[in-house]
Design a protein around this ligand. Structure first.
Ligand code: SAH
Length: 215
């Protein structure tokens, strides 16, 4: 690694810590997964800034500190089977893949799924399965899940996702209307129902129903 790269990496990790990402496993995974390959074209040189950036299909790769905080809130353990709704660039799924046993990630844009899959293969992340699907319905053929992470905002937690969460499981998702205030919510499934806690304000692209047509 060149001295410039080492310095950039240090600043990247420092920004994560100063914004509250303190979990050693999460920081370790974020140190290992380089954000560079997930950000293309014009914005590639800003890959190490703590900022969201545009990706294909009018979507965004989330801000690294938000990725870190969401991953931390999910409390992933090495035996977990995780569902991510909203593959986008694939960056979040790649981080989850280092923390969990198995990651299923779905996006409504076939192109994003295809491009993310190429990067997963290049990085040898072979515990990720990426599929084109409407994540509002979860992924019933692989349910139930220990953890579910949604990276697009819904007005309410989608019923099928709640139904596909194991007892003792955790789901983290942004909730709220797309152009107003959204909050990051953590849902825990207990023996008798669901416990909710509100973590922080966030801003995500909306969860949109239906699979997109190939562009
Ligand atoms: N986690 C991503 C960022 C996601 S941006 C990353 O690490 O880069 C949100 C993504 O959610 C977009 O790619 C969008 O296409 C997807 N999305 C929106 N509604 C969806 C739905 N109903 N099912 C699946 N994916 C959806």
């Amino acid at each position: 690694m060149s001295p410039e790269d080492a310095e950039r990496k240090m600043q990247f990790l420092f920004a994560l810590r100063s914004r509250g990402v303190t979990d050693a496993r999460v920081l370790g995974a974020m140190e290992k997964i380089d954000r560079g390959p997930f950000v293309r074209g014009l914005f590639a040189e800003r890959a190490y800034d703590d900022t969201p950036l545009p990706i294909a299909c009018g979507q965004t790769i989330s801000q690294p500190s938000v990725v870190g905080l969401m991953t931390q809130a999910l409390e992933v353990s090495p035996r977990d089977k995780v569902l991510e709704v909203g593959t986008g660039s694939g960056y979040q799924a790649a981080i989850l893949s280092l923390l969990a046993r198995r990651v299923y990630t779905v996006d409504r844009h076939p192109r994003l799924v295809r491009e993310a899959r190429v990067i997963f293969d290049e990085l040898g992340l072979n515990n990720i399965t990426s599929l084109t699907a409407d994540g509002c319905f979860g992924l019933s053929e692989q349910a139930p899940f220990d953890r579910i992470l949604v990276t697009a905002a819904a007005e309410d937690p989608p019923g099928p996702l709640l139904a596909q969460l194991k007892e003792g499981g955790i789901m983290v998702l942004p909730v709220g209307q797309s152009d107003t205030v959204q909050h990051l919510i953590r849902v825990r499934r207990t023996a008798s129902g669901f416990d909710y806690d509100e973590l922080r304000p966030v801003r995500f692209v909306p969860l949109v129903e239906g699979v997109a047509r190939e562009t």
